[in-house]
Design a protein around this ligand. Sequence first.
Ligand SMILES: [Fe+2]
Ligand SMILES: [Fe+2]
Length: 419
Amino acid sequence: MAAYDTETIDSRYHDALVAWQKKNFPELTFLEENWTKFYANQTPFQLYAKIGKLSNNNIVFGRMAGQPRFEKASEMVGNMFYSARDIIRAQASTELGSIQQHRLTLEEAPNDQMKMAVLRIMAEELRHAYQMFWVLSHDHSWKKPGHPDIAEETMDELLSMELGNHVLDAFNIPFSNFLDNVVFATVIDLVGKYQLEMQKVFSYAPMARSMGPMLSEEGFHIGSGRGFVRELAVAATSGSGRYSINDIQRTLNAWIPRGLEMFGNERGGETAVAFGFKDRNNGTAQSEYYNEVREVIELVNVAIVQTKVPGISAPDARTVVREVQDTGERVQGVHSEDLLFVPDMKFYRKRGAEEVVFMPYDVFGTMLTEDSKPISGEKYLEYLKGVLPEYFLKTSEFTKYRDALLGYERPEAGRSYGW
Ligand SMILES: [Fe+2]
Ligand SMILES: [Fe+2]
């Protein structure tokens, strides 16, 4: 028995999403035609909503814990109704945005396996957007008497979003090469996993029922990302790859800060818990995420050491990684520049706790100073040029950061930005 039921959505939105796909993701046909060649044991892709089962019919967290979950949006009152809509909207925007991003550099995939994996990720993100459209469209109570039709308004807005006006910053950054696809699947899809995991408790039942099936698909995205980062790092180490370790490091430096910021302000998130939407506040989820990213990169480093030191066991390789990174010294021919690391949480932040936002922290979390004062914005930009990918500095996302850093344009104060 399948772990979920399937449903299609109202033809008006079904057709609108198919039209969106034809415009933004025409390569879906290629995936469908080649599916069995690559994923023989997996059910071929289909665009429908998957309705999972709830492990508990009651609200688990927050003010209403113990009460039955809400089946209808209209049962959520006041701010709760709109906060739920904002989370669904942000979720759907990430799904659509990531398809637009992946497509830009899809053709640069070093091999067919990587290309197919990215195509499958894109298809599953499309299904996730479809899933969020199901949440909004099957429940007619998103339309309240006297209010505009919130569901319709939200879906129309989502269908018109382009890179640059998606809800979260990470989905407005255009990809420049295939390292972006791979690092994104590793560190940004991982944030997605945390969000979905937390939202299994969602007090609005249709949202909660959507999480399980989406999570099992995210497993493939994250797994592909990790496998390919390792493959590219090993290729870089043996001198056969298209990208160097330094290229990979700079790409990590560009994406991890945006991943951290997707959790919202590290001091917030209590409202989402009080409404029973999530089981953890932002700061807790963010630090769990950060630790997991560190573990992922450590495993990549183990593979790097095993490439450099033939025959070394994984536990011994791990010891070498730790010694090199703790002491900065050369161990068994391995230098710190041969390895990857996760930049500090304070590095290159544009949102979050006040004491880190737009402050000149280096990748190790040390404040860069001059005459015992933080260095100027101009000098920090010079520093960033040395640690971020060159192409990245030309994106409009970086221009926005630069303008805010130099005070040309202050970011909107207090605007909530998380999920
Ligand atoms: Fe997704
Ligand atoms: Fe994903």
